[in-house]
Design a protein around this ligand. Structure first.
Ligand code: 2M8
Length: 471
């Protein structure tokens, strides 16, 4: 179906309505991920929200990141939820029981797992806006970059050490929630080996907020999710203890690629503003290690990156959008061109049955594709944003702009849904989802990120991956 371009009137309405959604979801110094289904601050949502808000207010965008950092653990970990006032969201702080962890922050209730490290990417976008505005905004943002440099470095260092102790170049995740793509078929294999044991009974609350339960993960999946929370609690949120006992330990290529890209940017910003040279060097090494890990995970026959089940040593070959991880971190120009063609081609954005030519979470050509089920096929505007951002950085402006325009056309209804049915364009999940509104603002502002610098490939430097093996 052809993409009808939004009219100037559509654009004005979209900008106004997106700003209204973010304002309505604003709780002072942070933004709830959505008004009903997700009434707290989520880590990677906050990154996208901040970069969208920056198109309107740089100080408020920085507040978002500042608030997120109040939840940082002493290990450097940024938890995936900062809880706000009591709500019906489940699992709640009583279920996470993070008081068992010595590293938790004082005075803030958080979850005990992570989410993808998008934050420094967001910060680089905010800096871009701040510079465009100049004056007090620019000064404030540059100061913020320098002041918070050690905090972002500690976050990246946590992922590079506690979550990659053997320096494989892949960030290890301990829960599907840490990938941000909760029930993606990427995790079907590892989850099939998660065997829930004794744990307190629970009642799901998420289903009350969607019109059709099949749009959300199943009860069987939720039992596994909560069992992994239980295992984290029993390990007192100590990563090594969990690694020795937990059921789910997987090297995630998307998280790794984002870590590499964010570390490149952190090093660049640090160098520009005179941050500690040792920290800048460390950041560059992190970028190099994880870029190499991602490139090494690519299946030569499909051209897509594969996650690695560290319990079994198996590569997980699924046609998921995470396979485009190399596009995000760069490092191999030929692969980049191959991924660009694949992304725009008939298995992905160019699939003939798609309502809008934007990236689906799973290829419609894959047997794993489900058109209405959460991360098993629907289109998530934030993923499309990431692909457009990556293409822009790689010098692929035309391709990036095609995704941007199609992404805007998809959002013209101004519902800012959590995700979209890819074949019909129907809005699914929550409405007035903050990160969707934020993406609309960014796409409307049509800024281009700076080009990525050329990097040298060093795959041979990394040790071979030795799986942790069964417990
Ligand atoms: C979804 O995840 C939460 C758990 O973290 C949930 O389903 O309850 C995912 O889409 C995740 O990526 C997102 O950050 C979160 C809030 O939007 O919702």
């Amino acid at each position: 179906m052809p993409v009808t371009q939004p009219t100037p009137n559509d654009i004005a309405l979209m900008a106004g309505r997106a700003g209204y959604v973010l304002k309505a979801n604003d709780r002072g110094r942070f933004t709830v991920a959505s008004p009903t289904l997700y009434p707290h601050m989520w880590s990677w949502d906050a990154g996208f929200v901040a970069l969208g808000i920056a198109t309107v207010s740089v100080p408020r965008a920085l507040d978002e990141l500042r608030t997120l950092l109040t939840g940082q653990w002493s290990t450097g970990m940024i938890p995936h939820i900062l809880f706000h006032s009591p709500s019906d969201y489940f699992p709640d702080p009583d279920r996470w029981r993070t008081q068992v962890a010595a590293a938790r922050p004082a005075g803030v209730l958080t979850s005990g797992v992570t989410q993808p490290p998008i934050h420094v990417i967001a910060l680089s976008r905010i800096l871009h806006d701040a510079r465009r505005r100049g004056g007090a905004d620019q000064e404030l943002c540059e100061r913020f970059v320098l002041d918070t440099f050690p905090r972002w470095l500690a976050w990246h260092r946590y992922l590079a050490t506690a979550r990659d102790p053997h320096e494989h170049g892949l960030v290890e995740i301990h829960h599907g929630w840490e990938s941000g793509m909760d029930d993606s078929p990427r995790w079907d294999g590892p989850y099939s080996r998660v065997r829930p044991g004794e744990m307190p009974p629970f009642t799901r609350r998420d289903l009350a907020h969607v019109s059709d339960p099949s749009q959300r993960p199943s009860d069987a999946e939720y039992r596994r999710y909560l069992w992994l929370v239980e295992q984290k609690v029993r390990a007192r949120y100590d990563d090594a203890a969990y690694r020795a006992t937990g059921d789910f330990v997987v090297g995630d290529v998307l998280v790794s690629a984002l870590l590499a890209a964010a570390s490149d940017l952190l090093a660049d910003m640090g160098a520009e503003f005179g941050a500690d040279p040792a920290g800048i060097e460390e950041s560059r090494l992190i970028a190099r290690r994880f870029r190499t890990g991602v490139l090494r995970s690519v299946d030569p026959s499909t051209g897509l990156a594969r996650d690695l089940d560290l319990r079994t040593g198996e590569h997980l070959s699924v046609d998921s959008a995470a396979g485009f991880a190399p596009l995000l971190c760069g490092g191999d120009d030929a692969l980049l061109r191959r991924q660009r063609d694949l992304l725009l081609g008939p298995r992905w954005c160019g699939h003939s049955r798609l309502r809008w030519p934007v990236v689906p979470s799973v290829s419609p050509a894959s047997p794993a594709f489900r058109d209405r089920t959460y991360w098993r096929g629907p289109q998530w505007p934030v993923l499309n944003w990431l692909m457009a951002w990556a293409l822009n950085r790689s010098g692929e402006q035309e391709a990036a702009n095609a995704l941007r325009l199609a992404g805007l056309a998809q959002l013209v209804d101004c519902d800012f849904a959590e995700y979209y049915e890819p074949l019909t364009g129907e809005q699914l999940g929550s409405r007035d989802q903050s990160w969707t509104a934020a993406i609309a603002l960014d796409f409307l502002a049509a800024r281009r990120p700076g080009r990525r610098k050329h990097v040298r490939l060093l795959t041979a430097e990394l040790p071979a991956v030795t799986p942790a093996g069964p417990r």
